[in-house]
Ligand binder design. Structure first.
Ligand SMILES: [Zn+2]
Length: 360
C-alpha cells in the first residue's frame, strides 16, 4: 500500500459561469470567441450531461498566454519549465507573462490542485484562477511538482482523467474508495468521489481507445480500491500514449518551438540536426531593456523578430556573448517576439543554453 496522495479535483462549469462567460464574448478575438461558444454550448440544452473533451480543445497552433496570480517566483519558474514538456508533443505554445487577457491563470491559494479542462478556461472570469496548486511550494520536491504540473496542464490542454476513460473498466471496490478519499489529505464527499473517479465520459465524445495505466492523467490506484489484482503507482511523467495522444489532438508541431520565461534562468537546448533552427516564443510584458543570451560550447547565431509581426527582424547576433555565443540586448515594446537560434555552421550540431532577462 502506498501513502495517501493528494489528488486532483475535477472542475465543472456552473450554469451561472456559462451565462456570464457568453456575455464577455464580445471582447475576445474571433478564434477565442468561437472556442468559448463551443465550450459553453453543449451543456446548455442538456445540463445533466457531463462536460466532454471534444468541444473543449484549443486549435492546433494556438498560443496560450499564462499568468501567475500569486505564488513564490521560484515555484512559478519551476511550474513553467515543467509545463513545457507537453509542448514537445503538442502543436501549441505557452506564453508566460503578465497579460491581463491570459487564457490560463494560475494560483496557489486554494486547498486542492485542479485545472479547468481545455477551453473551459475561457468561461472563467478574468480575475479568477483557471488552475490551482494547493500543495506546491518552495519545499516541494521535483518529482511531486512534475507529477502534479504535468497532470494539471494535461487538463488545461483538454485531457480528462484517464480512469474516466469510457473504454476503461477498473474493478473498483467503491466503499474502500469512498473511505480513502474521504480521509486526509483530500476529505472528499461521496459526491466528489463519484464526480472525480466513477463518472465516465460519453464514449462518442472522447477520443480515447483503451485505458492507459501509465498515463499522467490517471490517479494512483492503491491495491485495496479495486477488486482483484489491479494496481497503478503514482505516474510521474508523460506516458508514450500521452505523448502520442496529444500529438494527434494538436498535430503539426514544428520541432523546437517553445516558450522562454522572462528571468526564468537558462533553458537547456541543442541544435540536434544539420540546419535546424530552434524557435522560442517570448512575451515582453512592458516597455524596457531586455537581453537574450546563449551560453555553452556551440557557435550559435540568434535572431529576434517582433513585436507581434514575426516577419519583422529586430536584431541578429553571432558572437557578442561569451565565447562563440550570441547576445542581443534591445529596448523592446510590449508584445510577442520570436527568437530563432541556429548553428553558425550548417553541417554541425551542438548543445547550448538560452536565457531571456530584463536589463543588460
Ligand atoms: Zn486531474
Amino acid at each position: 500500500m502506498q501513502d495517501h496522495a493528494h489528488s486532483c479535483i475535477d472542475r465543472i462549469i456552473t450554469p451561472e459561469e456559462r451565462v456570464s462567460a457568453m456575455a464577455r464574448r464580445s471582447g475576445l478575438s474571433g478564434r477565442r470567441s468561437r472556442q468559448l461558444a463551443r465550450a459553453a454550448e453543449p451543456m446548455a440544452p442538456r445540463p445533466a450531461r457531463m462536460a466532454l473533451v471534444g468541444e473543449k480543445l484549443w486549435d492546433p497552433g494556438d498560443v496560450l498566454r499564462v499568468r501567475f496570480l500569486d505564488g513564490d517566483p521560484d515555484v512559478q519558474v519551476r511550474v513553467a519549465n515543467c509545463a513545457r514538456e507537453w509542448l514537445d508533443h503538442a502543436n501549441l505554445s505557452f506564453e508566460f507573462g503578465t497579460s491581463p487577457e491570459a487564457e490560463v491563470r494560475i494560483s496557489f491559494q486554494e486547498r486542492g490542485s485542479w485545472s479547468y479542462i481545455g477551453t473551459d478556461a475561457l468561461l472563467i472570469d478574468g480575475n479568477r484562477a483557471t488552475m490551482n496548486y494547493g500543495w506546491l511550494d518552495a519545499a516541494t520536491g521535483d518529482e511531486e511538482l512534475t507529477r502534479v504540473v504535468l497532470h494539471e496542464f494535461g487538463h488545461c490542454l483538454g485531457c480528462i482523467h484517464e480512469h474516466q476513460n469510457p473504454a476503461g473498466n477498473i474493478p473498483w471496490d467503491r466503499d474502500a474508495v469512498y473511505a480513502y478519499y474521504g480521509g486526509s489529505p483530500n476529505f472528499w464527499s461521496r459526491d466528489q468521489v463519484d464526480q472525480n473517479l466513477f463518472r465516465k465520459y460519453d464514449v462518442d465524445r472522447t477520443r480515447f481507445t483503451e485505458l492507459d495505466l501509465e498515463s499522467i492523467m490517471l490517479y494512483p490506484i492503491p491495491t485495496e480500491h479495486p477488486v482483484g489484482d489491479f494496481e497503478v503507482g503514482s505516474n510521474g511523467e508523460l506516458s508514450e500514449r500521452d505523448q502520442e495522444f496529444i500529438a494527434t489532438i494538436y498535430p503539426g508541431r514544428v520541432p523546437s518551438v517553445q516558450g522562454l520565461v522572462l528571468d526564468g534562468g537558462p533553458l537547456e537546448a541543442g541544435i540536434g540536426s544539420h540546419g535546424e533552427v530552434d524557435t522560442y516564443v517570448v512575451g515582453v510584458p512592458e516597455y524596457g531593456v531586455y537581453t537574450f543570451l546563449t551560453e555553452g560550447p556551440s557557435d550559435v547565431v540568434m535572431s529576434l523578430f517582433g513585436p507581434d509581426d514575426l516577419g519583422l527582424l529586430v536584431g541578429e547576433d553571432d558572437d557578442s556573448g561569451p565565447g562563440l555565443n550570441a547576445s542581443i540586448t534591445r529596448a523592446l515594446e510590449p508584445g510577442t517576439y520570436e527568437v530563432h537560434v541556429r548553428h553558425y555552421w550548417s553541417d554541425r550540431t551542438g548543445k547550448y543554453r538560452i536565457s531571456f532577462s530584463e536589463g543588460t
